[in-house]
Write a protein that binds this ligand. Structure first.
Ligand code: PEP
Length: 262
């Protein structure tokens, strides 16, 4: 039986505009008004955070407001970056760190991801740390060693008492935005190894509590089997999070999967 409440995030990436982001937020809030048993967050682009926060607040929604990235320095001459305090000021409750597009498109390294992870957790915000292997790494049999390296380096010097604010998103890079999905068995295998690593680093109780999301081309038609895996605690959704009805259906699938695990 799983004590873990599933957590589903909708990462809107660099999509939507002022009008469509508000429409999407309203569709998600209204569609989820009768759904319980799942933590949900949306990650709009930075310029729309305040407007989406107003929509969530005005409708009394428990959906969390998320940021797609943060910068670890508190203030200063860091042109283009956004600090954690600025995000908090806009009502942000949870931040993504180490998304594969930050690692592989923008070029963020493990060391920077460690600084960001530490800063987010020290600030009291929730952190979703994204990890996962490229296709080449998978084909060379390096899936687990890549996940281990990314997690160990990201969590270096993170004390155990902060881990309750951490979620790990296992997102195989070859599955993100490609329409390719890990098999339920491959996802479960990677997730259980991530959980064992957390046990090694922080002990068995922490490992049992930590939520591990799967991410990579989840859609209403393919999600149920993956979400049903014992070590999969929800999902991080990109493309399908841009369609209100699809995102709502994925959150419902996560709620159903959790009920079936009880
Ligand atoms: C993501 O951006 O984290 C993601 C999983 O994207 P997609 O669902 O489009 O693969």
């Amino acid at each position: 039986m799983s004590e873990r409440k599933p957590f589903v995030g909708g990462n809107w990436k660099m999509n939507t505009n002022r009008t469509t982001s508000a429409e999407l937020a309203r569709a998600v809030v209204d569609g989820l008004s009768s759904v319980s048993g799942v933590d949900v967050a949306v990650f709009p682009p930075f310029p729309y955070l305040l407007a989406i926060k107003s929509i969530l607040r005005d409708r009394g929604s428990s959906i969390k407001l998320g940021a797609q990235d943060v910068y670890h320095q508190p203030d200063g001459a860091f042109t283009g970056e956004v600090s954690i305090d600025m995000l908090k000021d806009c009502g942000v409750q949870v931040a993504l760190v180490g998304h594969s597009e930050r690692r592989h498109v923008v070029g963020e390294k493990d060391e920077l991801i460690n600084l960001k992870t530490r800063a987010v957790l020290e600030s009291g915000l929730e952190c979703i740390l994204c990890v996962g292997e490229t296709l080449e790494q998978r084909l060379n049999g390096h899936t687990d060693s890549v996940n281990q390296r990314q997690i160990r380096t990201a969590l270096a010097e993170v004390p155990g008492e902060q881990i309750d604010h951490l979620t790990i998103a296992y997102e195989p890079v070859w599955a993100i935005g490609t329409g390719k999905v890990a098999t339920p068995e491959d996802a479960q295998d990677a997730h259980s190894k991530v959980r064992r690593l957390i046990e090694t680093l922080y002990g068995s109780e922490t490992a049992e509590r930590i939520r591990i999301q799967y991410g990579g081309s989840l859609k209403p038609g393919n999600a149920s089997e993956i979400l049903a895996q014992p070590d999969v605690d929800g999902g991080l959704i990109g493309g399908a999070a841009l369609k209100g009805a699809d995102f709502v259906s994925l959150v419902r699938a996560a709620a159903q999967a959790a009920q079936n695990k009880d």
